[in-house]
Write a protein that binds this ligand. Structure first.
Ligand code: PLP
Length: 379
């Protein structure tokens, strides 16, 4: 029986693997005397834009703010509807509510768990302003279809890429078929800083400039202001993100290798395994399996020292008090979203996991399968 603890995150391991470079970057900032909107943020923004093959990146203080400020920059506000999915982290919809707009939820595709593009047109109304596909678990949504619908109805597209930096679709890159890409650098993301951070990446120079202004009290020039906010990416985070960005493709490759091991090791079990769309580069922010007996499996793994978590066990429209006096609309049924919420379990997934640990997770799940079969036979 596995006795070693297998945690859900590898943050400290990652830090130790890059300690020299990260410490150097950290102390450089400390000695520079420039801690807010200095050279490190500028440098990281350039590197991030180049990584995404887009012209501009603007660092802000979270993924939530990236979405919120992108919506503001596009003039989305009260009376406007924004189509998205309820099968996502809460912040996707929260940012829509923050600008006073109405999230319109459509169901997810049961295979990929991303927005079901076949349901988008039916959700469009005369108020619809934008579509926000979420690249859930690290796999891009069907962007060519989203783009086609958006073009036909003159809608903005903002990609929620908090979980999928470094991913690609079949013949398209993230950011290629939208107005902007919003991402998060909270520590647990594939590219994470030691705290909170986020960015908007776009080809639109005017949008980038507007977000630069909004993130800094409506100011692009000292002492000249309009209404804005304080949502800046810190120099320390930017310096560390520059170090880590160089590793991102390699880390994504390792995530994909681990996913392959899970796929092979868990094939033939009762679990629904993640579906990777052929030709897509899924970067497995999360490796999410589904089972009716999710809680029992989670408890069994925990008893073996393995931490598995749930993303997301309560869909946004199922949260207590929803929608808290704010406007919201559900288009059609959200049956696949609700089914997924009741069944999902995320297995440990980070580049620093060892092959032995991956093997131990597989072995534990196979042992759980045996207990199920034994119980079923005895009944
Ligand atoms: C899909 C998605 N959207 C938005 C966010 C919000 O990012 P942050 O936590 O940096 O505000 C997150 C992550 O936390 C996320 O996973």
């Amino acid at each position: 029986m596995a006795t070693a603890k297998i945690g859900f995150y590898g943050h400290v391991r990652q830090y130790h693997n890059l300690k020299k470079e990260i410490d150097t970057a950290f102390f450089e900032v400390m000695e520079s005397g420039a801690y807010v909107l200095g050279a490190k943020v500028k440098q990281f923004e350039q590197e991030l834009a180049a990584f995404c093959n887009l012209k501009e990146a603007v660092g802000v203080n979270s993924g939530t703010d990236a979405l919120w400020l992108a919506f503001l920059a596009l003039g989305i506000g009260p009376g406007d509807e924004v189509i998205t999915t309820s099968n996502t982290f809460f912040a996707t919809a929260e940012a829509i509510w923050l600008v006073g707009a109405t999230p319109v939820f459509v169901d997810c595709d049961p295979k990929t768990c991303n927005i079901d593009v076949n349901l988008i047109e039916a959700a469009i109304s005369s108020q619809t302003k934008a579509i926000v596909p979420v690249h859930l678990y690290g796999q891009p949504a069907n962007m060519p279809e989203v783009r086609k619908i958006a073009k036909a109805h003159n809608l903005f597209v903002i990609e929620d890429c908090a979980q999928a930096l470094g991913a690609r679709g079949d013949g398209f890159a993230v950011g290629e078929l939208s107005d902007a890409v919003c991402t998060s650098f909270i520590i647990q993301k594939n590219l994470g800083c030691f705290g909170d951070g986020g960015a908007v990446i776009t080809d639109h120079a005017d949008m980038a400039q507007q977000i630069r202004k909004l993130r800094n009290h409506g100011s692009l020039k000292r002492s000249c202001h309009s209404i804005g906010y304080n949502s800046r990416l810190d120099e320390i985070h930017a310096a560390i993100l520059s170090v880590k960005l160089k590793q991102l493709d390699q880390w994504s490759d390792r995530r994909r290798t681990i996913a392959k091991s899970y796929d092979e090791g868990l094939a033939g079990t009762s679990l629904k395994l993640p579906y990777a769309v052929p030709g897509y580069r899924h970067v497995y922010h999360l490796y999410v399996v589904e089972t009716e007996e999710r809680d029992a499996l989670q408890a069994f793994l925990d008893s073996r020292g393995i931490t598995a978590l749930t993303h997301y066990p309560i869909a946004i429209h199922q949260q207590e008090g929803y929608p808290w006096g704010h406007p919201a609309r559900i288009s059609g049924s959200l049956e696949h979203t609700e089914r997924s919420a009741a069944r999902v379990l995320s297995l440990p997934m980070y580049p620093e996991l060892t092959d032995e640990e991956v093997g131990a997770v597989i072995e534990a799940i196979r042992a759980w399968e045996l207990t199920r079969t034994t119980k079923a036979n005895a009944a």
